[in-house]
Write a protein that binds this ligand. Structure first.
Ligand code: DGY
Length: 322
């Protein structure tokens, strides 16, 4: 029997591509640019499995026509770019890659927190432009991190890893909001305690860091009223998904001075980033680097291979979403 035909929508780390090619008849998207909707529709009709990433869009219309593909092995943990209900209705199974990107994404959140607090981006720009005039007691004064309160929205794997870093690594007080109740002893293992409402967390925190999934359920969770509920002069960190933040409301809060800065890795319309954000010195902007390490990206690819191998062997894929 000929091996299943697989389409990989973007370039992967070499070791993961090799592992995939060992077992399957693989087509790689040599151009390494996101597929358009028509190309995605054609791919779903022509291949036994499609392996997309966050940069691909799979709305309900993708699942309307003839689909040969029976599985989408998403390269990434977040899957808000896939209409999960439509995939399920069509009988297309979806898998993701949880666990392997926890540490690296928590590291990027920490990097952003430190960069906004200590004005890292601004300082680097000043030095590179030649504008630095040397050390003086009042030069580029930032905010001390130790002893401050960080509020985490979403206490899943990445939220916990970030809490651990903030509390045990940087001496911060950690509170969090999570829709379901987390056992207090479990939260304490990460140096954190749960508050009853999101507003309580926003009002108590010097830094608010988002760690919840994107998609319809959390779209614009951070909106104008929630920015108003933040402690005056606090900072927002987002390494979750761009659509969790109403970017227009964020820009107003920054322009009005009710919050002091933001550190962002994700955006509402990636790769577009609003010019207002780019022009603000108190905003640190990264190009969706959360999982971008050699080790993690390879591990993500290996997880996809594991999931689709299980599927084509007739076993339950370990990271099945629907
Ligand atoms: C993820 O895995 O969800 C990362 O954001 C990269 O897609």
């Amino acid at each position: 029997m000929s091996p299943p035909r697989i389409l990989v929508t973007r370039q992967w780390p070499a070791a993961a591509e090799a592992a995939l090619a060992e077992r399957f008849d693989v087509t790689f998207n040599e151009e390494d640019i996101p597929l358009g909707l028509d190309q995605m529709r054609q791919a779903m009709a022509a291949y036994d499995a499609v392996l997309p990433t966050v940069s691909d869009k799979l709305p309900s219309s993708i699942f309307e026509g003839d689909t040969r593909a029976k599985i989408l092995g998403n390269f990434g943990v977040g899957y808000n770019h896939i209409d999960i209900a439509a995939a399920k209705a069509k009988g297309v199974l979806v898998t993701n890659t949880p666990g392997v990107l926890t540490d690296c994404t928590a590291d990027i959140a920490m990097l952003l927190l430190l960069a906004v607090a200590r004005r890292g981006g601004e300082g680097e720009r000043q030095l590179r432009s030649g504008a630095w005039k040397g050390w003086c007691p009042t030069h580029m004064i930032g905010t001390k991190v130790a002893g401050k309160t960080v509020g985490i929205i979403g206490f899943g794997r990445i939220g916990r890893a970030f809490a651990q870093r903030c509390h045990f690594g940087f001496g911060m007080d950690v509170v969090f909001f999570n829709r379901s109740t987390i056992d207090a002893a479990e939260a304490a293992r990460y140096g954190a305690r749960q508050l009853a409402t999101m507003e309580e967390v926003l009002g108590a925190s010097d830094f608010v860091s988002l760690h919840c999934p994107g998609g319809a359920q959390n779209r614009h969770l951070m909106n104008a009223p929630r920015f108003a509920a933040m402690k005056k002069g606090a900072f927002l960190i987002n390494t979750a998904r761009g659509d969790v933040v109403d970017e227009a409301a964020l820009i107003s809060a920054l322009q009005g001075g009710s919050i002091r800065g933001a550190g962002l890795d994700v955006y509402e319309a990636e790769p577009q980033v609003p010019e207002e954000l780019k022009s603000m010195e108190n905003v640190v902007l990264l190009p969706h680097l959360g999982s971008a390490t050699e080790e993690t990206r390879t591990a993500m690819g290996m997880k996809v291979v594991e999931n689709i191998t299980a599927f084509f062997d007739g076993r339950e894929p370990p990271d099945r979403v629907v």
